[in-house]
Design a protein around this ligand. Structure first.
Ligand code: CA
Length: 402
């Protein structure tokens, strides 16, 4: 959930620094621990000026620069897996079974959550499974130290400094005690891994004990996750994803999450439900998602996927997996591997492809070895140029043609 959180934090980061105003030192950064204590001193002053009291400020006492966090941050970049690989690793029979049990166990809470926020239980439980194994693994690293280290690091301080301030705000609010400021390495807290900024903005006290507790209160976790999805544009009563079968040939360039057609159009092109039944031939808008191209698995996805899921996490592979797991918890059968075996390019091959696409003038974003939304769009453009089926998915054939 980290990446999208950071993007959203970025939107508010400039405002934070306008408010921080005259403090020149707050704009400084460093790639080692040198200068860290000066940064913390300046941050302490800024936080005090913004109304943080003694207890909130106390979490800055004695914190040190943590090179281990920097190492983890740098290592993130070499992660590259296909949807089928990632979902096989993340979606176990245990998670599906346990997820369905938890939907039942907490059904009264989920009924209240759905009534108020419009998000159905399986969607929330799937995030709960993927983020922390239903609360079993929320992380035990010191949040403030991690965020302070990433805030000082020059890589993207503008994204982490608002998170650090928000962490102090959570203590100031009485939502968390300083001892509870522990979680995953990049500052995520609680059972569905909220970054402090989202925690501060979107968490809900749903058990009525007067504080928003995303570590220990399941009702708070469920309602807050639903509230965040609703803020991301979740539309009550609408589907998010359905597995489908695609014909051997169709206008592949239409299979793009940026393109919607009425379901009747997909039906006309020969798309069928996974069980072989016809797609409902109505006007409801849907996109055709082929996470591994025309020969792999296929899904009709709806606004709830293309807005809310991708704002929770901008990684297409993660979002497809979370969304698919929610369908499994809701009772859908196992995904088909598609029409034939799809070979997923290696990290090095994807980077090579990204370089070639960039050299041809296509914007792929970072050369990160991941087949994200930008790389897929560039692949599609070049497939059209070369007269290949434009399904947005890179193959060895495409790489060798380039
Ligand atoms: Ca509460």
């Amino acid at each position: 959930m980290l990446k999208s959180k950071l993007l959203r934090a970025l939107a508010c980061a400039s405002a934070v620094f306008l408010m921080a105003g005259s403090h020149a030192q707050a704009a400084d950064c460093g790639n080692t621990g040198s200068g860290f204590s000066g940064f913390i001193k300046a941050f302490h002053k800024e936080a005090a000026a913004r109304g943080m009291g003694r207890q909130a400020l106390s979490v800055l006492d004695g914190i040190t620069y943590d090179p281990g966090i920097i190492k983890k941050d740098r290592a993130q970049n070499i992660f590259s897996q296909s949807f089928l690989e990632f979902q096989a690793r993340m979606i176990t029979d245990y998670r599906i079974k346990r997820g369905a049990e938890l939907v039942q166990k907490h059904k009264a809470t989920f009924a209240r959550v759905e009534k108020q926020f419009g998000v159905p239980a399986p969607v929330i439980v799937a995030f709960w499974a993927l983020e922390t194994d239903f609360g079993g693994n929320i992380g035990d690293l010191p949040t403030v130290q991690s965020l302070a280290t990433l805030s000082w690091d020059c890589r993207r301080p503008e994204k982490f400094r608002p998170q650090l301030m928000a962490a102090l705000q959570l203590i100031q609010n009485g939502d968390l005690h300083p001892d509870e400021m522990r979680g995953a390495w990049a500052g995520e807290i609680g059972q569905t891994q909220f970054l402090p900024y989202d925690y501060n903005e979107s968490a809900v006290d749903f058990d009525g004990d007067g504080r928003r507790d995303l570590r220990g209160s399941i009702p708070d976790v469920m309602a807050s996750s639903a509230n965040l999805l609703r803020k991301h544009g979740w539309q009550p009563g609408q589907p998010w994803m359905q597995e489908v079968r695609v014909p051997r040939d169709m206008p592949w360039e239409e299979a793009d999450i940026a393109i919607q057609h009425p379901r009747s159009q997909w039906a006309k092109w020969g798309v069928k439900m996974a069980n072989g039944k016809p797609v409902k031939a109505d006007n409801f808008p849907a996109s055709l998602l082929l996470p591994m191209g025309k020969d792999g698995p296929a899904f009709l996805v709806y606004e709830n996927f293309t807005t809310a899921y991708l704002k929770w996490n901008e990684s297409l592979v993660y979002s497809t997996t979370a969304s698919y797991l929610a369908t499994r918890i809701a009772g859908a059968p196992k995904v088909s591997r598609g029409n034939s075996e799809v070979t997923h390019l290696t990290y090095q091959q994807i980077v090579a492809l990204q370089k070639k696409l960039a050299a041809r003038g296509h914007d792929v974003g970072k050369l990160d070895g991941k087949i994200g939304v930008g790389t897929r769009a560039a692949v599609k453009a070049v497939q059209i140029e070369l007269g290949m089926p434009a399904d947005s998915y890179p193959t060895m054939e495409l790489l060798s043609q380039l």
